[in-house]
Write a protein that binds this ligand. Structure first.
Ligand code: AMP
Length: 395
């Protein structure tokens, strides 16, 4: 894997695809700077080597040019985070932009306007990619969040830098962290798969089943499994058209000697609401009119025990409706167990979906080994797919 640590950027212009698709409030202030902070090590390495940086990103889903999606809104935040006054190009291609890039001096940063103001970006247009490529000497991809898209700036552009394309430090770290879980992992390996639906995680489970010792299945998707095992799940969320898939997964796990851990008790509610009445009941004996919305106390102890015994942990998806305080306990206890195991030397990766929101909300982010920055991209990697943005640098 060729990363930016393999070269020196003195007198070089680095064209970096970053993922600065950050959330903005009504006053166009950035409400979460995680993605900008995440690109900082790559940007600093180039500046410290004595090179210059040209940043390109998309922001939101604009329909043509729309001021509310202008990257101009985030110039100040980037300048503050990096500690260098960032210059801005009002279009990502064109003569004016080429001029600004030409004049850029070592130690300086130029941010290009939203790539998606041009429909050619998402279309993966080769001419557009070639125009972008003219701006820099070296292409770096550090945008994990879009690495699963074959867009002009994430994939197609790489062909114009056959000898001069590198992984940024963030993207390299994402790949390494996933490898630490799925290829070079210390056993026992435990994957926790939660979230609402089985259907969105089938391919993940099928891909990881060969690589793990335990799979903890929690959250809404557990009920399809509990039902196919003959349990009574009341009004809990269930995908009846996926019962056979759940059965296949259970059979496969048995054959491969992978232990599947399902909830044994749950917090059941008489409505999908913070105000609902609740009771603890066996996961396979939920009364009609009640739905399981969180893991129960015995389940939390059991899941925590499995996690404590693990040397490698992957967490994808909450195990209850953590957005409501009443049903957040299971997800919090699970997070605590992962934090404790990490403190004891386990490697823990959180990624691909709402579990990232949960670890941030409950303050676990700094206490696990790695929190992925890419939702969809991480899910596709867990499914065993080769991401086009990664492949384009490898080729
Ligand atoms: P995902 O995006 O697949 O990771 O799913 C996350 C969503 O699953 C969260 O919004 C949770 O509230 C939801 N969820 C977790 N457990 C349950 C449950 N028992 N019933 C319904 N939804 C759930």
């Amino acid at each position: 894997m060729k990363t930016i640590n393999d070269i020196n950027f003195e007198n070089k212009k680095a064209l970096i695809r970053v993922d600065f698709n950050v959330p903005l409030n009504d006053e166009f202030q950035v409400t979460d700077t995680t993605r900008i902070e995440a690109a900082k090590p790559t940007i600093l390495k180039i500046l410290e080597d004595g090179g210059s940086v040209i940043l390109m990103s998309h922001l939101g889903r604009p329909n043509g040019v729309e001021d509310r999606f202008s990257l101009n809104h985030i110039v100040k935040v980037i300048s503050d985070i990096i500690g260098v006054q960032v210059k801005f190009a009002h279009d990502c291609i064109g003569d004016d932009t080429e001029n600004l890039a030409d004049k850029l001096e070592n130690g300086e940063i130029l941010l290009l306007e939203n790539l998606r103001f041009h429909p050619e970006e998402k279309a993966g247009d080769k001419n557009f990619a070639e125009k972008l490529s003219k701006l820099g000497d070296i292409y770096i991809n550090d945008a994990f969040g879009t690495a699963h898209r074959a867009h002009a700036s994430t994939t197609i552009i790489a062909q114009f830098f056959p000898e001069n394309k590198y992984f940024g430090l963030l993207l390299a770290k994402e790949i390494e962290s996933l490898n630490a879980v799925l290829s070079d992992s210390k056993k026992p390996v435990t994957a926790i798969i939660g979230g609402a639906k089985v259907s969105s995680k089938i391919d993940v489970i099928k891909n990881i089943i060969d690589k793990v010792d335990n799979i903890i299945i929690g959250g809404g998707m557990a009920y399809t499994f509990i039902k196919v095992k003959g349990g009574k799940i009341g009004d809990s969320i269930c995908e009846d058209d996926k019962l056979d898939v759940a059965q296949d997964i259970l059979n496969l796990a048995k054959q491969k000697k992978v232990r599947i851990h399902l909830p044994i008790d749950v917090i059941a509610a008489d409505a999908f609401s913070e105000k609902a009445n609740t009771q603890i009941c066996p996961a396979n004996d939920i009364p009609d009119g009640w739905q399981g919305l969180d893991a129960g106390p015995k389940t939390n102890v059991g899941f925590s025990f499995v996690i404590a015994e693990s040397k490698t942990i992957l967490w994808n998806g909450p195990i209850g409706v953590f957005e409501m305080e009443k049903f957040a306990k299971g997800t919090i206890e699970l997070g605590n167990a992962i934090v404790d195991a990490t403190a004891d030397g386990a490697f823990s990766l959180v990624g691909g979906g709402d579990s990232v929101a949960a670890v941030k909300q409950f303050g676990f982010a700094d206490k696990v080994s790695y929190v992925s920055t890419g939702g969809g991209a991480m899910l596709e990697m867990l499914e065993g797919k080769t991401l086009p943005g990664i492949e384009a640098i490898m080729k």
